[in-house]
Ligand binder design. Structure first.
Ligand SMILES: Nc1ncnc2c1ncn2[C@@H]1O[C@H](COP(=O)(O)OP(=O)(O)OP(=O)(O)O)[C@@H](O)[C@H]1O
Ligand SMILES: [Mg+2]
Length: 361
Protein backbone atom coordinates (compact mmCIF):
# COMPACT_ATOMS: atom_id res chain seq x y z
CA UNK A 1 0.00 0.00 0.00
CA UNK A 2 1.39 3.45 -0.85
CA UNK A 3 1.40 5.83 2.03
CA UNK A 4 -0.24 9.16 1.28
CA UNK A 5 0.84 12.42 2.81
CA UNK A 6 -0.88 13.28 6.08
CA UNK A 7 -2.40 16.75 6.40
CA UNK A 8 -3.42 17.70 9.93
CA UNK A 9 -6.29 20.13 10.39
CA UNK A 10 -7.77 21.78 13.46
CA UNK A 11 -11.42 22.73 13.18
CA UNK A 12 -13.70 24.88 15.28
CA UNK A 13 -17.27 24.38 14.06
CA UNK A 14 -18.85 27.37 15.74
CA UNK A 15 -22.41 28.59 16.10
CA UNK A 16 -21.39 31.85 14.51
CA UNK A 17 -18.09 31.17 12.73
CA UNK A 18 -16.37 28.02 11.59
CA UNK A 19 -12.62 28.09 11.54
CA UNK A 20 -9.92 25.82 10.11
CA UNK A 21 -6.16 25.79 10.60
CA UNK A 22 -4.06 23.35 8.58
CA UNK A 23 -0.51 22.02 8.56
CA UNK A 24 0.14 23.67 5.21
CA UNK A 25 -0.12 27.10 6.84
CA UNK A 26 -3.63 27.86 5.65
CA UNK A 27 -5.94 29.40 8.23
CA UNK A 28 -9.34 30.66 7.31
CA UNK A 29 -12.93 30.93 8.46
CA UNK A 30 -16.49 31.27 7.20
CA UNK A 31 -19.55 32.51 9.02
CA UNK A 32 -21.62 29.43 9.83
CA UNK A 33 -24.36 30.12 7.29
CA UNK A 34 -25.31 28.07 4.26
CA UNK A 35 -27.85 29.23 1.68
CA UNK A 36 -29.67 27.54 -1.20
CA UNK A 37 -31.21 29.62 -4.03
CA UNK A 38 -34.98 29.89 -3.59
CA UNK A 39 -36.01 29.69 -7.25
CA UNK A 40 -34.87 29.92 -10.86
CA UNK A 41 -34.28 33.66 -10.65
CA UNK A 42 -32.06 33.42 -7.59
CA UNK A 43 -30.20 30.49 -9.13
CA UNK A 44 -29.55 32.49 -12.30
CA UNK A 45 -28.51 35.53 -10.32
CA UNK A 46 -26.13 33.68 -8.00
CA UNK A 47 -24.89 31.19 -10.61
CA UNK A 48 -24.53 28.47 -7.98
CA UNK A 49 -26.53 25.88 -6.06
CA UNK A 50 -25.02 26.70 -2.68
CA UNK A 51 -23.65 29.80 -1.01
CA UNK A 52 -21.58 29.96 2.19
CA UNK A 53 -20.77 32.42 4.94
CA UNK A 54 -21.11 36.19 4.64
CA UNK A 55 -21.93 35.81 0.95
CA UNK A 56 -25.01 33.83 2.00
CA UNK A 57 -25.98 36.45 4.57
CA UNK A 58 -25.60 39.21 2.00
CA UNK A 59 -27.89 37.44 -0.44
CA UNK A 60 -30.30 36.09 2.14
CA UNK A 61 -33.42 37.46 0.43
CA UNK A 62 -32.73 35.16 -2.51
CA UNK A 63 -31.83 32.15 -0.38
CA UNK A 64 -33.20 29.56 1.98
CA UNK A 65 -30.72 30.32 4.70
CA UNK A 66 -29.54 27.79 7.29
CA UNK A 67 -27.46 28.09 10.39
CA UNK A 68 -26.73 24.44 11.29
CA UNK A 69 -25.56 25.08 14.87
CA UNK A 70 -27.46 26.58 17.76
CA UNK A 71 -26.29 26.91 21.37
CA UNK A 72 -23.00 25.42 20.23
CA UNK A 73 -24.60 22.20 19.00
CA UNK A 74 -25.90 20.74 15.83
CA UNK A 75 -29.55 21.80 15.71
CA UNK A 76 -32.23 19.31 16.78
CA UNK A 77 -29.61 16.64 17.43
CA UNK A 78 -30.43 16.11 21.09
CA UNK A 79 -34.05 15.16 20.59
CA UNK A 80 -35.81 12.71 18.32
CA UNK A 81 -38.86 14.95 17.85
CA UNK A 82 -37.70 16.63 14.66
CA UNK A 83 -36.11 13.89 12.54
CA UNK A 84 -36.39 15.82 9.25
CA UNK A 85 -34.93 19.03 10.65
CA UNK A 86 -32.17 17.07 12.34
CA UNK A 87 -31.28 15.37 9.07
CA UNK A 88 -31.22 18.69 7.27
CA UNK A 89 -29.01 20.33 9.93
CA UNK A 90 -26.59 17.43 9.63
CA UNK A 91 -26.41 17.61 5.87
CA UNK A 92 -25.95 21.41 5.94
CA UNK A 93 -23.19 21.05 8.56
CA UNK A 94 -21.53 18.49 6.32
CA UNK A 95 -21.57 20.89 3.38
CA UNK A 96 -20.13 23.63 5.56
CA UNK A 97 -17.33 21.38 6.80
CA UNK A 98 -16.59 20.19 3.27
CA UNK A 99 -16.36 23.80 2.14
CA UNK A 100 -13.94 24.63 4.98
CA UNK A 101 -11.75 21.64 4.18
CA UNK A 102 -11.79 22.57 0.47
CA UNK A 103 -10.59 26.06 1.36
CA UNK A 104 -7.68 24.57 3.29
CA UNK A 105 -6.71 22.00 0.70
CA UNK A 106 -7.44 23.56 -2.70
CA UNK A 107 -3.79 24.35 -3.39
CA UNK A 108 -2.68 20.90 -2.24
CA UNK A 109 -1.68 18.45 -4.94
CA UNK A 110 -1.69 14.66 -4.64
CA UNK A 111 -3.40 12.18 -2.37
CA UNK A 112 -3.87 13.29 1.19
CA UNK A 113 -4.82 11.57 4.39
CA UNK A 114 -6.83 14.19 6.22
CA UNK A 115 -6.45 13.97 9.96
CA UNK A 116 -8.49 16.36 12.04
CA UNK A 117 -9.41 17.41 15.54
CA UNK A 118 -12.75 19.15 15.96
CA UNK A 119 -13.67 21.30 18.95
CA UNK A 120 -17.11 20.86 20.51
CA UNK A 121 -18.75 22.74 23.41
CA UNK A 122 -17.23 21.67 26.72
CA UNK A 123 -20.20 19.66 27.88
CA UNK A 124 -21.76 18.62 24.58
CA UNK A 125 -23.65 15.40 25.13
CA UNK A 126 -22.27 12.11 23.87
CA UNK A 127 -25.12 12.08 21.38
CA UNK A 128 -24.17 15.47 20.07
CA UNK A 129 -20.50 14.55 19.77
CA UNK A 130 -21.51 11.45 17.88
CA UNK A 131 -23.49 13.61 15.45
CA UNK A 132 -20.41 15.78 14.92
CA UNK A 133 -18.40 12.66 14.17
CA UNK A 134 -21.04 11.56 11.66
CA UNK A 135 -20.77 14.96 9.99
CA UNK A 136 -17.00 14.60 9.67
CA UNK A 137 -16.84 10.93 8.82
CA UNK A 138 -16.99 11.15 5.04
CA UNK A 139 -14.89 14.29 4.85
CA UNK A 140 -11.91 13.52 7.08
CA UNK A 141 -10.00 10.24 7.15
CA UNK A 142 -9.20 10.33 10.86
CA UNK A 143 -11.12 12.50 13.26
CA UNK A 144 -11.32 13.17 16.96
CA UNK A 145 -13.69 15.43 18.89
CA UNK A 146 -12.39 17.36 21.90
CA UNK A 147 -13.76 19.98 24.21
CA UNK A 148 -13.29 23.42 22.67
CA UNK A 149 -11.75 25.24 25.66
CA UNK A 150 -9.39 22.28 26.10
CA UNK A 151 -8.24 22.83 22.52
CA UNK A 152 -7.69 26.51 23.31
CA UNK A 153 -5.64 25.63 26.43
CA UNK A 154 -3.61 23.08 24.49
CA UNK A 155 -2.79 25.63 21.79
CA UNK A 156 -1.56 28.09 24.39
CA UNK A 157 0.57 25.51 26.22
CA UNK A 158 -1.54 26.05 29.32
CA UNK A 159 -1.73 22.61 30.77
CA UNK A 160 -1.46 23.45 34.41
CA UNK A 161 -3.38 25.77 36.75
CA UNK A 162 -5.24 27.70 34.10
CA UNK A 163 -8.91 28.53 33.66
CA UNK A 164 -10.00 29.08 30.07
CA UNK A 165 -13.24 30.93 29.30
CA UNK A 166 -14.26 30.61 25.64
CA UNK A 167 -17.05 33.11 24.92
CA UNK A 168 -18.72 32.14 21.67
CA UNK A 169 -22.08 32.87 20.07
CA UNK A 170 -24.07 29.91 21.41
CA UNK A 171 -22.14 28.96 24.53
CA UNK A 172 -19.61 30.15 27.05
CA UNK A 173 -17.33 27.23 27.89
CA UNK A 174 -15.24 27.28 31.04
CA UNK A 175 -12.48 24.75 31.51
CA UNK A 176 -10.01 24.23 34.33
CA UNK A 177 -6.64 22.79 33.36
CA UNK A 178 -4.86 20.68 35.96
CA UNK A 179 -2.22 18.84 33.97
CA UNK A 180 -4.46 16.17 32.44
CA UNK A 181 -7.27 15.89 29.90
CA UNK A 182 -10.06 17.78 31.69
CA UNK A 183 -12.93 15.74 33.07
CA UNK A 184 -16.57 16.70 33.33
CA UNK A 185 -15.93 18.19 36.79
CA UNK A 186 -13.40 20.59 35.29
CA UNK A 187 -15.86 22.11 32.84
CA UNK A 188 -18.95 24.28 32.80
CA UNK A 189 -21.02 25.34 29.80
CA UNK A 190 -23.47 28.23 29.97
CA UNK A 191 -25.87 29.18 27.20
CA UNK A 192 -25.85 32.91 27.66
CA UNK A 193 -23.28 33.96 25.07
CA UNK A 194 -23.06 36.25 22.02
CA UNK A 195 -26.45 35.27 20.58
CA UNK A 196 -28.05 36.01 23.93
CA UNK A 197 -26.50 39.49 23.93
CA UNK A 198 -28.00 40.06 20.47
CA UNK A 199 -31.46 38.97 21.64
CA UNK A 200 -31.40 41.18 24.73
CA UNK A 201 -30.03 44.12 22.73
CA UNK A 202 -32.76 43.69 20.11
CA UNK A 203 -35.53 43.63 22.73
CA UNK A 204 -34.16 46.66 24.55
CA UNK A 205 -33.91 48.74 21.36
CA UNK A 206 -37.39 47.65 20.27
CA UNK A 207 -38.84 48.76 23.59
CA UNK A 208 -37.06 52.11 23.58
CA UNK A 209 -37.46 52.97 19.90
CA UNK A 210 -40.77 51.47 18.82
CA UNK A 211 -40.69 53.09 15.38
CA UNK A 212 -37.20 51.96 14.40
CA UNK A 213 -36.96 49.23 11.82
CA UNK A 214 -34.06 46.76 12.03
CA UNK A 215 -32.90 43.15 12.03
CA UNK A 216 -30.73 41.15 14.35
CA UNK A 217 -27.98 41.06 11.69
CA UNK A 218 -27.76 44.86 11.76
CA UNK A 219 -27.46 45.14 15.52
CA UNK A 220 -25.06 42.19 15.77
CA UNK A 221 -22.62 43.98 13.50
CA UNK A 222 -23.00 47.14 15.55
CA UNK A 223 -22.42 45.15 18.75
CA UNK A 224 -19.22 43.65 17.35
CA UNK A 225 -17.87 47.14 16.66
CA UNK A 226 -18.91 48.71 19.97
CA UNK A 227 -19.46 46.07 22.67
CA UNK A 228 -18.54 47.14 26.22
CA UNK A 229 -19.50 46.52 29.84
CA UNK A 230 -17.70 49.32 31.65
CA UNK A 231 -19.75 51.83 33.67
CA UNK A 232 -18.29 54.88 31.95
CA UNK A 233 -17.33 55.50 28.38
CA UNK A 234 -18.32 57.30 25.24
CA UNK A 235 -21.95 57.35 24.15
CA UNK A 236 -22.68 55.07 21.20
CA UNK A 237 -25.35 55.65 18.57
CA UNK A 238 -26.70 53.49 15.79
CA UNK A 239 -28.33 54.60 12.56
CA UNK A 240 -31.63 52.79 12.02
CA UNK A 241 -34.40 53.56 9.55
CA UNK A 242 -37.67 55.06 10.81
CA UNK A 243 -40.31 54.82 8.06
CA UNK A 244 -37.46 54.48 5.58
CA UNK A 245 -35.48 57.47 6.83
CA UNK A 246 -32.05 56.79 8.45
CA UNK A 247 -32.24 58.12 12.01
CA UNK A 248 -29.62 58.23 14.77
CA UNK A 249 -30.52 56.40 18.00
CA UNK A 250 -28.49 56.50 21.22
CA UNK A 251 -28.16 52.90 22.43
CA UNK A 252 -25.37 53.25 25.02
CA UNK A 253 -27.34 51.97 28.01
CA UNK A 254 -29.02 49.20 26.00
CA UNK A 255 -25.71 47.89 24.63
CA UNK A 256 -24.08 47.92 28.06
CA UNK A 257 -27.05 46.15 29.64
CA UNK A 258 -27.13 43.52 26.88
CA UNK A 259 -23.38 42.81 27.16
CA UNK A 260 -23.63 42.59 30.93
CA UNK A 261 -26.38 39.97 30.61
CA UNK A 262 -23.81 37.21 30.12
CA UNK A 263 -21.57 38.19 33.03
CA UNK A 264 -23.38 36.69 36.09
CA UNK A 265 -23.25 33.12 34.77
CA UNK A 266 -19.62 33.46 33.71
CA UNK A 267 -18.46 34.73 37.09
CA UNK A 268 -20.53 32.14 38.92
CA UNK A 269 -18.83 29.47 36.78
CA UNK A 270 -15.41 30.89 37.67
CA UNK A 271 -16.30 30.89 41.35
CA UNK A 272 -17.47 27.27 41.24
CA UNK A 273 -14.42 26.00 39.36
CA UNK A 274 -12.02 27.81 41.69
CA UNK A 275 -13.85 26.88 44.90
CA UNK A 276 -13.95 23.19 43.99
CA UNK A 277 -10.25 23.06 43.08
CA UNK A 278 -7.50 21.64 45.29
CA UNK A 279 -7.04 24.40 47.93
CA UNK A 280 -3.28 24.31 47.59
CA UNK A 281 -3.49 25.32 43.93
CA UNK A 282 -6.44 27.73 44.04
CA UNK A 283 -4.21 30.82 44.12
CA UNK A 284 -2.33 29.72 41.04
CA UNK A 285 -5.62 29.13 39.22
CA UNK A 286 -6.96 32.56 40.17
CA UNK A 287 -3.83 34.12 38.65
CA UNK A 288 -4.38 32.50 35.33
CA UNK A 289 -7.87 33.11 33.96
CA UNK A 290 -7.82 33.44 30.18
CA UNK A 291 -10.57 34.78 27.91
CA UNK A 292 -10.97 33.45 24.36
CA UNK A 293 -13.65 33.46 21.64
CA UNK A 294 -15.34 36.39 19.89
CA UNK A 295 -16.98 37.61 23.10
CA UNK A 296 -13.60 38.07 24.79
CA UNK A 297 -13.33 41.30 22.80
CA UNK A 298 -16.07 43.03 24.80
CA UNK A 299 -14.37 46.13 26.18
CA UNK A 300 -14.08 46.07 29.97
CA UNK A 301 -15.02 42.41 30.41
CA UNK A 302 -11.59 41.46 31.68
CA UNK A 303 -11.78 44.12 34.42
CA UNK A 304 -15.37 43.21 35.24
CA UNK A 305 -14.45 39.57 35.90
CA UNK A 306 -11.37 40.61 37.88
CA UNK A 307 -13.38 42.90 40.12
CA UNK A 308 -15.96 40.20 40.72
CA UNK A 309 -13.20 37.71 41.56
CA UNK A 310 -11.69 40.20 43.98
CA UNK A 311 -15.03 40.49 45.76
CA UNK A 312 -15.86 36.79 45.98
CA UNK A 313 -12.51 35.04 45.80
CA UNK A 314 -10.13 37.66 47.19
CA UNK A 315 -8.06 37.97 44.02
CA UNK A 316 -8.15 37.34 40.29
CA UNK A 317 -5.99 37.99 37.22
CA UNK A 318 -7.65 37.80 33.82
CA UNK A 319 -5.94 38.01 30.43
CA UNK A 320 -7.13 37.66 26.84
CA UNK A 321 -5.77 35.43 24.09
CA UNK A 322 -4.06 37.24 21.25
CA UNK A 323 -6.07 35.57 18.51
CA UNK A 324 -9.62 35.04 19.77
CA UNK A 325 -10.78 33.90 16.37
CA UNK A 326 -8.14 31.23 15.78
CA UNK A 327 -7.28 30.06 19.31
CA UNK A 328 -9.57 26.99 19.16
CA UNK A 329 -8.59 25.85 15.67
CA UNK A 330 -4.88 26.44 16.36
CA UNK A 331 -5.02 24.28 19.48
CA UNK A 332 -6.99 21.58 17.69
CA UNK A 333 -4.34 21.55 14.95
CA UNK A 334 -1.56 21.17 17.51
CA UNK A 335 -3.42 18.30 19.15
CA UNK A 336 -3.84 16.59 15.80
CA UNK A 337 -0.11 16.97 15.09
CA UNK A 338 0.98 15.82 18.53
CA UNK A 339 -1.03 12.61 18.57
CA UNK A 340 1.39 9.91 17.43
CA UNK A 341 0.48 7.72 14.42
CA UNK A 342 0.11 4.71 16.72
CA UNK A 343 -2.48 6.62 18.72
CA UNK A 344 -4.64 7.21 15.66
CA UNK A 345 -4.18 3.58 14.64
CA UNK A 346 -5.25 2.39 18.09
CA UNK A 347 -8.31 4.59 17.89
CA UNK A 348 -9.25 3.07 14.58
CA UNK A 349 -8.87 -0.49 15.69
CA UNK A 350 -10.69 0.16 18.94
CA UNK A 351 -13.63 1.95 17.36
CA UNK A 352 -13.70 -0.03 14.13
CA UNK A 353 -14.29 3.41 12.72
CA UNK A 354 -12.10 6.42 12.18
CA UNK A 355 -13.75 8.36 14.96
CA UNK A 356 -13.79 8.83 18.70
CA UNK A 357 -14.77 11.47 21.25
CA UNK A 358 -12.27 11.80 24.05
CA UNK A 359 -13.41 14.24 26.69
CA UNK A 360 -16.00 12.84 29.05
CA UNK A 361 -15.78 9.33 27.60
N1 LIG B 1 -15.58 42.65 18.98
C1 LIG B 1 -16.55 41.90 19.50
N2 LIG B 1 -17.17 42.27 20.63
C2 LIG B 1 -18.16 41.53 21.16
N3 LIG B 1 -18.62 40.40 20.64
C3 LIG B 1 -18.04 39.98 19.50
C4 LIG B 1 -16.98 40.69 18.89
N4 LIG B 1 -16.61 40.01 17.78
C5 LIG B 1 -17.39 38.93 17.71
N5 LIG B 1 -18.26 38.90 18.74
C6 LIG B 1 -19.30 37.91 19.03
O1 LIG B 1 -18.66 36.69 19.36
C7 LIG B 1 -19.47 35.60 18.93
C8 LIG B 1 -18.68 34.74 17.99
O2 LIG B 1 -17.55 34.27 18.65
P1 LIG B 1 -16.89 32.90 18.21
O3 LIG B 1 -16.51 32.96 16.78
O4 LIG B 1 -15.85 32.58 19.22
O5 LIG B 1 -18.18 31.98 18.41
P2 LIG B 1 -18.49 30.53 17.82
O6 LIG B 1 -17.28 29.69 18.00
O7 LIG B 1 -19.03 30.66 16.45
O8 LIG B 1 -19.68 30.09 18.79
P3 LIG B 1 -19.77 28.82 19.76
O9 LIG B 1 -18.39 28.62 20.32
O10 LIG B 1 -20.76 29.22 20.81
O11 LIG B 1 -20.25 27.73 18.90
C9 LIG B 1 -20.66 36.22 18.20
O12 LIG B 1 -21.77 36.31 19.07
C10 LIG B 1 -20.14 37.58 17.82
O13 LIG B 1 -21.20 38.51 17.63
MG1 LIG C 1 -16.49 28.60 19.59
Amino acid sequence: MTKTKVLNVGIDLGTSRSVIAADNGIRTFVSSYVGFPKDVVSRKMLKTEIVFGDEALKNRLALDLYRPFDKGMLKYSDSSEHPEESKKAKSVAKQLLEHLVDLATESQAGDLTLRGVIGAPALASQKNKKHLLDVAEEILDDVMVVSEPFAVAYGLDMFYNALIIDIGAGTVDLCRMAGTIPSEDDQITTFKAGDHIDEVFLDLIKTKYEKANFTVTMIKKFKEENAFVSAKGERVSIELPVRGKPTIHDVTDELREACRAIVPEIVEGVRKLVAAFDPEFQDALKQNVVLAGGGSQIVGLQREIESYMKKTLGYGKVTKVEEPLYAGANGALMLSRDMPDEYWDTLKSRCKKNVIGIVGD
